[in-house]
Design a binder for this molecule. Structure first.
Ligand code: CA
Length: 510
């Protein structure tokens, strides 16, 4: 019924800012040539859903404006009512990093939200877990075959005896040997592995499987307790290795099993925001709703991470004024500069993002994508900046510098201590993480219908006027509390859909 209503809906477009000379088409399936909008605009040609229509005549070289910002320049004459195809949009230069305004428009903090809690696992270091997992990490990839064999046995033979433990998760990665471990950028993968081992969902009980001759010494991952380390070269034969791993795992399963959920304030949450498979709706439905939820979380005292440097770079001039201090503003700029030089080193530039799917979804270029992407950060002051793989040690809205790649961003946000991720998608991805729940928010109705058993929250209702940004923002906030408490399961967790950890290693491999 609801679907039919939407199919018969009057032609709709979304113009975000008063100064915009372009808007995106809302209706499922797009709209045909000759469509007349209530304002009198007539389509000159068929325009697909999510793609842009010109609201005025544009001459070659004219600015194309969306979100009140220039997303590009017309490469040829574009008539009012025409489809602004990606190929017609010439990309502007990125904002220069040397004279950006710093901390000059710091938003006033919103009123605190009191009394919101979730049921989590309290850890000795003061953090709180949203799951109770036995994590097993490694100091080198060489051991992964043995680890996987052992994990299969642990899941079959031991885990059923300890019903309070949610899962056993091997922390696979490709680092540890054959790498330039003293290169300056090696600090990134190393601190990522170190901080992953401290993830709140592992309850301080991570064990480390090493080989015995690797460059990354296992003691660097478990610096306090050498009882957490097991080296395969110390064992006589495969059977003895497996026996040792099973014994070490069982000691930890016994301790983890004795834990129960306790009421924790919402301020113990560390929520990561990410998008993947974005489309032109991302920036007007799901991302602003996630931004509203981010504001609610900050008001409740939680930590909120937003990331994805390549999708922030072209909107950096909108973020540095929100930095809580000039120092934080400089840190933001330093992360942008580092990434500019990283891309230059690889002879790539920012046009490497967006993906073909993003473009099919109506996004012309990374400028348009970035303006929609930063909506995930809400409107709070930016209180701090984390380098890739660093752990969050403060509350409020933080920029955690990561690549936009879904798996790398997810891994780095986990290293930052993220205990639940909110993930917006327009094109659709079944993405999930084994270490922390991932709540997926669709930007369009059609995706939430197409993938009803994969998408957790439908923000497409915002485009059709059936729900407001505030409505969906509150729904996301309340669902976060339910999922963090184990009262509700995400679709990805229900089906067990979990992507690989993926380290960010900008240093040489030897
Ligand atoms: Ca992403």
């Amino acid at each position: 019924m609801a679907m039919n209503l939407r199919q018969n809906q009057a032609p709709l477009y979304i113009k975000v800012n008063e100064t915009d000379n372009t808007a995106i088409i809302v209706n499922d399936g797009g709209l045909p040539k000759g469509t007349v909008f209530s304002c009198g605009l007539v389509l000159e040609e068929d325009v697909p859903q999510g793609h842009k229509v010109a609201l005025t005549d544009l001459n070659q070289g004219d600015e194309i404006v969306r979100y009140g910002e220039v997303i590009g320049f017309a490469d040829e004459t574009i008539k009012c009512g025409s489809w602004i195809r990606g190929a017609l949009v010439r990309m502007p230069a990125p904002p220069a990093l040397d004279d950006l305004p710093l901390a000059n428009r710091v938003p006033k903090p919103l009123p605190p939200l009191e009394g919101y809690t979730f049921e989590g696992y309290r850890n000795a270091d003061g953090s709180a877990g949203t799951k109770n997992i036995l994590g097993i990490t490694t100091s080198v990839q060489c051991v992964v075959g043995v680890l996987d064999y052992a994990v299969k046995r642990i899941k079959e033979e031991l885990l059923p005896k300890y019903p309070n433990v949610d899962n056993v998760v091997p922390l696979h990665h490709q680092y540890g040997c054959g790498v330039a471990i003293n290169a300056p950028d090696a600090v990134i993968p190393i601190r990522t592995i170190q901080n992953l081992a401290k993830h709140p969902n592992f309850g301080g009980e991570v064990m480390v499987i090493g080989l015995g001759c690797e460059k990354l010494l296992p003691a660097r991952i478990a610096p306090r307790n050498h009882d957490d380390i097991l080296s395969l070269q110390d064992h006589k034969g495969f059977a003895a290795m497996i026996q040792s791993i099973l014994e070490m795992a069982e000691e930890r399963l016994i301790r983890l099993n004795s834990r129960t959920r306790v009421t924790c304030p919402a301020s113990d949450l560390v929520i990561g925001m990410q998008c993947g498979g974005s489309d032109a709706f991302s920036g007007v439905t799901a991302n602003p709703a996630v931004g509203y939820a981010a504001d609610l979380l900050v008001r409740a005292g939680a930590t909120v991470l937003f990331s994805e440097v390549t999708e922030v770079r072209d909107a950096i001039h909108l973020l540095t004024p929100r930095a809580v201090s000039e120092e934080v503003g400089h840190s933001l700029i330093e992360e942008m500069k580092w990434y500019d030089s990283y891309l230059r080193r690889g002879e790539a530039d920012r046009s490497a993002n967006p993906s073909p799917g993003n473009k099919k979804g109506g996004l012309s270029n990374v400028v348009e994508k970035a303006l929609g992407s930063v909506a995930k950060s809400g409107t709070s002051p930016i209180s701090g900046v984390l380098g890739p793989g660093e752990k969050a040690e403060q509350k409020g809205l933080l920029f955690a510098a990561t690549p936009a790649s879904d798996f790398v961003c997810g891994t780095l946000q986990l290293a930052a201590g993220m205990n639940l991720q909110v993930f917006t998608t327009g094109r659709g991805t079944p993405y999930g993480l084994s270490a922390a729940p991932v709540l997926k928010v669709s930007t369009r109705h059609s995706l939430s219908e197409h993938w009803a058993d994969l998408i957790d929250i439908n923000a497409g209702r915002i485009a059709t006027g059936e729900a407001s940004i505030e409505d969906v923002g509150w729904e996301i906030f309340r669902t976060i509390l339910d999922v963090a408490s184990g009262r509700k399961q995400t679709w990805a967790d229900r089906w067990g859909l979990h992507n690989d950890l993926c380290l960010f290693n900008p240093a040489p491999v030897t």
